[in-house]
Structure formats: structure tokens, C-alpha cells
Design a protein around this ligand. Structure first.
Ligand SMILES: Nc1ncnc2c1ncn2[C@@H]1O[C@H](COP(=O)(O)OP(=O)(O)OP(=O)(O)O)[C@@H](O)[C@H]1O
Ligand SMILES: [Mg+2]
Length: 378
């Protein structure tokens, strides 16, 4: 017989927290996911208390595994951003999101050691070319003479292994820290290096935050001027939590020109506004069609929508990238255009976008301060 959530909670009641209270009463548990005999949940504690909680995590896992009907259990220990900081929204019992803190971004998020600035590349909608833009933007920043890192935080569809043709697994240093992969002068880490493609979605969702925290804090990033994070598409609670947990200096939103994509892009802008992360601007991808043989340009999607939308939202417009076979072929075979056709027209577009981004991020710049706050409920 399959195990129930109550059985799991009963088992956890026998596990004491470091303060002595039974685990379910310690107010540290996320929602408990029970599916097909697999159990997952996370324990969120103060960063300073992680050591004391590790044996509890282990004991909780053992206790859950001993429940009849449980085949496997995974308990993740996630650290609060800083002692006393507001907590990111965690799913509450019953699966409903907990109320958001009133001013989430007022809580100080620790930066990533050695990394000057972290920016996100996001889109309200999937498949708009976010990862392609993120990679070429990172390479454009590299061409400005910067030391650039890339973090693939797209848990549902990690793209960097493919877009940068990376097959190797990161090595560990001293048994605990991971060494990122170097490609085209970028320092790269992807959730795709850590999570097996076969891992079912139900596991991935709850695993995301501890995996992201690990990738930020337990990877030897070295000294970076800027880290570009490829975010998962969408504007749901998972994305919002991530936008809060990653110490972002700004966000770039990618959209295609169609109305429906633009509505999603607006939600993206709104999401970052909500967590007080400045929106560095909008990129219109697949903006117009460039015929590969004759070079003629046609505005098949009603090009220019994102430009108007950026004006409407009061955020910078960063540039238009054409829909072009070269971009697709290069991107999908791990040979991004900025690295492999640096003198071509597409590379120039991405470099111009990178320059507009860096102007807002570089030391002394006031990233996005003038942008008005627009919050649109999703
Ligand atoms: N400007 C472009 N011209 C032609 N093809 C493009 C362009 N931008 C992206 N593509 C192609 O579109 C597809 C989707 O791009 P990409 O994977 O970058 O999107 P995404 O928004 O990250 O998708 P997902 O939501 O799945 O993560 C890829 O095959 C990519 O090569
Ligand atoms: Mg992607």
C-alpha cells in the first residue's frame, strides 16, 4: 500500500530538531510531496545552523524510508539567506503558496564570493530563445574584456550542455566543491551537469532551490566580473522564489514580437519589479526574418512589438535579433554565433546588447533606478 503524508508526518514526529522539538513542530518543513512511494521535502534553516541540522536531515530521511510503502526518500537541507532575513515563499501545507513577505528584496542576500554582479536572462514564456540570447549575451560581455560566468538555472530544460556542446561532468575539488567547466572563455555550470535527464519532474521541482544554492555557493567560480543566469521560463512561484534567492543585480527579458509572448514578457517585468530587481531591458528575439539566400528582410511577426512594449513599461529596449538559420544551426550545435562568427552581423547585434547591459551594471552605474514600478498580477 502506498504511504500517506500523515504516515510520513508521524514518522517525522519521532525525529527531534536540534532545539528538541519534534521536527514537524519546528516550523522548518516545506510541503511534503508523496508520489508513487517516493517522498520529498525540504528543511529550511538559518545558514549559521546548517551543521547542527545535517544529522537531523539524515535522521529524517532514515525515518521516512522506514515507513511501510516508502521506496525512497530525499530530504534537502536549504539555508536561509541570512540570519533574520525574510523567508522566501515556501509552499505551505496543502500545496498553497505561503504569503509573500511585504518587502522581499529588503532582505539582504549574500552575494556569490568573487562575483561582482549576477544578472538573469528570463522570459515569461518558453521557447522564445532565452538560452540562445543568454549564451550570446555572455559572449558579448566576454568581448568587452570581462570575465564572465554562466549559470544554467533552467531546471526543466537545462540548455547549456547543448548550446555550449559540453558533455563532461564537473570535477570535485576536495570532495565537496565543484569545478565549473570552461568553454569559449566562459566559466559554466549547469543543472544539466548535476541532474540526470531521466530524473522525473516531480523530483526536479522541489530539488531546484537546493541545487541552485549549491551551484551558487559550492562551485569554484573564481573571480568574475559578471555572471549570467539562464532562468527557467515562466513567472510562477518557482521562478519568483528563484528571483529572490539569487542575488540579482538586474534582469534581461527576452520576448518574441507576438502579442501573446509580449503579455508574458510583461509578467516577467512585473515579477522582477515585485522582488525589486531592476529590469535592464527587453530583447526582441526572432524579431524579423532575414532570408538566408537573398538577405531580404520581412517582418513576419509584426516586428517592433517589444520595442513599443518596452516604452510602455518604461524599461530600456536592448535590441532586435533576427530569426535566422545561422543563429539556429550554430546555437543548436554548440557553436554560438558570437564565438564562432565574431565578424558576422549577428555577433555585432549581441555585442551591442551586451554593451547596453554592461553600461547599467558596471561599477558606479545606477542599474534600472529610473524604471517605474509596474506590478501586473499574473
Ligand atoms: N534568433 C533566432 N533565430 C533562429 N533560431 C533561433 C533564434 N533564437 C533562438 N532560436 C532557436 O529557437 C529554439 C529555442 O531557443 P532557446 O532554446 O534559446 O529558447 P528558450 O527560450 O531558452 O527555450 P526554453 O523555454 O525551452 O528554455 C532553438 O532551436 C534555437 O536555436
Ligand atoms: Mg532555455
Amino acid at each position: 500500500m502506498a504511504a500517506s503524508k500523515d504516515q510520513v508526518l508521524n514518522a517525522l514526529a519521532k525525529v527531534p530538531s536540534p532545539g528538541g522539538a519534534p521536527l514537524p513542530e519546528a516550523r522548518v518543513l516545506s510541503d511534503i510531496v508523496v508520489s508513487d512511494g517516493k517522498v520529498f521535502f525540504s528543511i529550511t534553516v538559518d545558514a549559521a545552523a546548517v551543521k547542527a541540522w545535517e544529522p537531523v536531515r539524515k535522521a529524517a530521511e532514515d525515518a521516512v524510508r522506514a515507513v511501510p510503502g516508502v521506496q525512497s526518500a530525499l530530504v534537502a537541507l536549504t539555508a536561509e539567506r541570512s540570519p533574520g532575513a525574510a523567508r522566501a515563499p515556501q509552499p505551505a501545507a496543502g500545496g498553497k503558496p505561503a504569503p509573500r513577505p511585504a518587502h522581499p528584496a529588503d532582505a539582504v542576500q549574500p552575494g556569490v564570493p568573487g562575483v561582482e554582479a549576477v544578472i538573469a536572462v528570463a522570459s515569461g514564456k518558453g521557447g522564445v530563445g532565452k538560452s540562445t540570447t543568454a549564451v550570446n549575451l555572455a559572449l558579448g560581455l566576454r568581448d568587452l574584456g570581462l570575465k564572465v560566468g554562466m549559470l544554467d538555472a533552467d531546471i526543466y530544460g537545462p540548455s547549456l550542455p547543448k548550446l555550449l556542446a559540453i558533455k563532461e561532468k564537473p570535477q570535485t575539488i576536495g570532495g565537496t566543491r565543484l569545478k565549473p567547466i570552461e568553454r569559449y572563455g566562459l566559466t559554466v555550470m549547469s543543472i544539466g551537469f548535476l541532474i540526470d535527464e531521466e530524473t522525473p519532474m516531480i523530483w526536479r521541482g522541489p530539488m531546484v532551490m537546493s541545487a541552485i544554492t549549491q551551484m551558487l555557493r559550492e562551485v569554484e567560480w573564481g573571480k568574475l566580473d559578471i555572471m549570467v543566469v539562464d532562468m527557467p521560463p515562466g513567472t510562477g512561484d518557482a521562478q519568483l522564489t528563484m528571483a529572490q534567492q539569487v542575488p540579482l543585480k538586474g534582469a534581461v527579458i527576452v520576448s518574441t514580437p507576438q502579442d501573446l509572448a509580449l503579455i508574458d514578457a510583461r509578467r516577467g517585468v512585473s515579477m522582477f519589479n515585485r522582488v525589486n530587481v531592476p529590469v535592464l531591458g527587453l530583447v526582441e528575439n526572432m524579431s524579423y526574418f532575414l532570408c538566408p539566400s537573398c538577405g531580404e528582410r520581412s517582418d513576419i511577426f509584426g516586428h517592433g512589438g517589444a520595442h513599443k512594449e518596452a516604452e510602455r513599461l518604461g524599461v530600456p529596449f536592448l535590441g532586435e535579433v533576427p530569426l535566422h538559420m545561422t543563429i539556429r544551426e550554430k546555437s543548436d550545435s554548440g557553436l554560438p554565433v558570437v564565438a564562432t562568427e565574431p565578424d558576422g552581423p549577428h555577433a555585432k547585434i549581441y555585442r551591442d546588447i551586451a554593451a547596453k547591459v554592461w553600461d547599467q551594471i558596471k561599477p558606479g552605474a545606477a542599474a534600472g533606478r529610473a524604471a517605474p514600478k509596474i506590478v501586473i498580477e499574473a
